[in-house]
Design a protein around this ligand. Structure first.
Ligand SMILES: Cc1cc2nc3c(=O)[nH]c(=O)nc-3n(C[C@H](O)[C@H](O)[C@H](O)COP(=O)(O)O)c2cc1C
Length: 388
C-alpha cells in the first residue's frame, strides 16, 4: 500500500490508475500551459512570517462561505467528466465533501446528473452553470437545481469559447472512450477503473443527454461545447440568471477588478478569482497575482474566493492572507478521486486541512478570521502583493 503524504502522492497514484486520456484531461492547461504552471509557481514564491511563543493550543479552521458553515474555507470546484476519473465520481466526491463539512460543486458537464447527486447525498450542493444558446435548456437546468435543493448557483464566465488543450486533441477525448486500439490497450492496464465502470450505468453527460431536444448522445465534449456554449454571454445574461435563480449567485472566472465590480452590480454574492485552472486563456495572470486587486475592488461588497494551483493547505493560507474569504480546489481532489475513489477525496481534504492547521499554528494564528497580510513575510512578497 502506497503511503500518501501529500497531494503529489495522490497525483502519482491517479496517473497509474486512470486511463491516460482522462488523466491527461486533468493534468493539462491550454496551449503552452504557462498560466497553468504559474498558478502553482506564483503561490510557491510567497513566504510566511513565522511567529513563536504565541498560545496556539486552541485552533480552528472553521468559517463560512456565503453563510454556509465549513470546516475549512475550501470548496470542491466544478469539474467536467468527474465520473470518468472514477465510476460515479461526482457522487463519491460529493459524499466525501459532505462528511468533511466542505461544499461540493457539480458541473453542468458532469457524468452523474443533478438528480443522481441529490439522491445520494444529504447536504445541499452547489450547481455550476455554463451559459448555452438554448435558453429553454438553461431555464430547465436552473429549475432542476432548485428542485434538487442546491444551495447556490455558480455561473462560469470564462468559457464563452473553448481554450485548446493539445493533449485532449491528441487523445481524442470522449466519454465513454471510443474503442480504438490505443484506448483498448491503455484500458487493459487499468483493471480497477474498468471494473468500476462495468458496475455503473453513468458514463454519459448526465445533465444533458435526454434533456436537450434532439440530443441523444454527447460523446465528444469539445464538439458539443463548441456548438452549444454561448459566445454572446454578457452582463445582461448574468442579471437574467440571477433573476431566474433567485438565490445565492457565485460568479466564477473573473481576473479583472472592473469585471468583478460589474459582477457585484449584477447581484453576485461571491466572485471566484479563477482562470479555469489555466485551461482557458494561456498567458492570463495567475490567480494569486490577480487576487489582491479584486479584493481591493469588491472585498467590502461580496466574498472573494480564489482557485487555481491550490495543492496544499499552505496555498490556502497564502490565498487567505492576500484577502480571499475562501478557496476552491479542482485537480487536488480529482487526483484523490482517481487514486482511491471516495477515500482518496477524503484523504485529499485531510491533507489540506492538516497542512492549513499546522501552517496557521506556526504563523501564530489560531483561527482563519485572524489571517491577514501580516501572516506573510512582507519583504519577500512578489510585486503583485505589494502593499496597497
Ligand atoms: C479536469 C477539469 C475540468 C474542469 N471542468 C470545469 C467545469 O466543468 N466547469 C467549470 O466552471 N470549471 C471547470 N474547471 C475549472 C475548475 O472549476 C477550477 O477553476 C480549476 O480546476 C482550479 O484550478 P486547480 O485545478 O489548479 O485547483 C475544470 C478544471 C479541471 C482541472
Amino acid at each position: 500500500m502506497t503511503t500518501i503524504t501529500h497531494i503529489g502522492d495522490l497525483q502519482a497514484l491517479a496517473k497509474k490508475r486512470v486511463p491516460r486520456m482522462f488523466y491527461d484531461y486533468v493534468d493539462s492547461g491550454s496551449w503552452t500551459e504557462t498560466t497553468y504552471r504559474e498558478n502553482e509557481s506564483d503561490l510557491q514564491a510567497i513566504r510566511f512570517r513565522q511567529r513563536v511563543a504565541v498560545d496556539i493550543a486552541k485552533r480552528s479552521t472553521a468559517t463560512t462561505m456565503i453563510d454556509v458553515p465549513v470546516s475549512m474555507p475550501v470548496a470542491l470546484a466544478p469539474t467536467g467528466l468527474t465520473g470518468m476519473q472514477h465510476a460515479d465520481g461526482e457522487i463519491l466526491a460529493a459524499r466525501a465533501a459532505e462528511r468533511f463539512g466542505v461544499p461540493f460543486t457539480l458541473s453542468t458537464m458532469s457524468i452523474c446528473s443533478i438528480e443522481d447527486v441529490a439522491a445520494q447525498t444529504a447536504a445541499p450542493f452547489w450547481f455550476q452553470l455554463y451559459m448555452m444558446k438554448d435558453r429553454d435548456f438553461i431555464r430547465s437546468l436552473i429549475n432542476r437545481a432548485k428542485a434538487a435543493n442546491c444551495g447556490a448557483l455558480m455561473l462560469t464566465l470564462d468559457l464563452p469559447v473553448g481554450g485548446q488543450r493539445h493533449k485532449d486533441i491528441r487523445n481524442g477525448l470522449s466519454a465513454p472512450p471510443k474503442p480504438t486500439l490505443a484506448n483498448l490497450l491503455n484500458l487493459a492496464t487499468k483493471p480497477g477503473w474498468c471494473k468500476g465502470m462495468l458496475g455503473t450505468r453513468r458514463y454519459g453527460f448526465g445533465n444533458i443527454v435526454g434533456h436537450v431536444k434532439g440530443v441523444e448522445d454527447v460523446s465528444t465534449l469539445s464538439a458539443w461545447t463548441m456548438a452549444q456554449f454561448d459566445p454572446s454571454l454578457n452582463w445582461r445574461d448574468v442579471e437574467w440568471v440571477k433573476k431566474e435563480w433567485g438565490g445565492k449567485l457565485i460568479l466564477k472566472g473573473i481576473l479583472d477588478a472592473e469585471d468583478a465590480q460589474r459582477g457585484v452590480d449584477c447581484g453576485a454574492d461571491s466572485v471566484v478569482v479563477s482562470n479555469h485552472g489555466g485551461r482557458q486563456l494561456d498567458g492570463a495572470s495567475s490567480t494569486i497575482s490577480a487576487l489582491p486587486a479584486v479584493v481591493d475592488a469588491i472585498g467590502s461588497r461580496a466574498e472573494v474566493w480564489m482557485d487555481g494551483g491550490v495543492r496544499s493547505g499552505q496555498d490556502v493560507l497564502k490565498a487567505l492572507a492576500l484577502g480571499a474569504r475562501g478557496t476552491m480546489i479542482g485537480r487536488a481532489f480529482l487526483y484523490g478521486l482517481g487514486a482511491m475513489g471516495e477515500a482518496g477525496v477524503t484523504r485529499c481534504l485531510e491533507i489540506i486541512h492538516k497542512e492549513l492547521d499546522v501552517s496557521m499554528a506556526l504563523c501564530g494564528r489560531t483561527d482563519v478570521q485572524s489571517i491577514d497580510r501580516e501572516t506573510l513575510l512582507s519583504h519577500t512578497l512578489p510585486a503583485f502583493c505589494s502593499p496597497r
